[in-house]
Design a binder for this molecule. Structure first.
Ligand code: DQA
Length: 145
């Protein structure tokens, strides 16, 4: 099994997980999710970095930085930028790194404006509605032998 490098990107308001709308997002915190992912990667011998920002510009810049510091895969929950950000989509296309789109909630069971994603058509896959397990499933897919 070859070691993989993975960047996990969390969009706006995901830093508030745990207290934010638990009916939609549960009570797990972002620290819980990132700690579990980091432990899985350490155990399996993979490289994994997590990055959260409330700023579209910072997420674009972080993804652009992968042009130099390349990774094998991105796991991204663009949060509200899912439904608005051509800029983040273009950044991912520019660096040409495969990615999995994750949403904690089932966006298709929610408001109409959440049904459109600027990312899904160019993602390897989309996981929506499985809570934190969606991140772990994405990790397992990327690191499968
Ligand atoms: C979300 C769903 C988005 O519609 C919302 O704006 C979020 C979180 C999710 O993980 O379910 O912030 O991406």
């Amino acid at each position: 099994m070859s070691a993989k490098s993975i960047l996990v990107v969390h969009g706006p308001n995901l830093n508030m997980l745990g207290t934010r709308e638990p009916a939609h997002y549960g009570t797990v915190t972002l620290v819980d999710i990132d700690t579990t992912l980091a432990n899985m990667a350490k155990h399996d011998g993979h490289q994994l970095e997590s990055f959260q920002s409330n700023s579209e510009a910072d997420i674009v810049s972080k993804i652009q930085s992968l042009m130099v510091n390349r990774v094998d895969y991105i796991i991204i929950n663009p949060a509200a930028f899912t439904h608005t950000s051509i800029a983040i989509r273009d950044a991912i296309s520019a660096v040409n790194i495969p990615f999995i789109e994750v949403h904690l909630s089932n966006v298709y069971a929610r408001e109409q404006f959440r049904h459109h994603s600027y990312f899904s058509d160019i993602a390897t896959g989309v996981i929506s509605g499985l809570g934190a397990e969606g991140y772990f499933a994405a990790y397992r897919y990327i690191t499968k032998p």
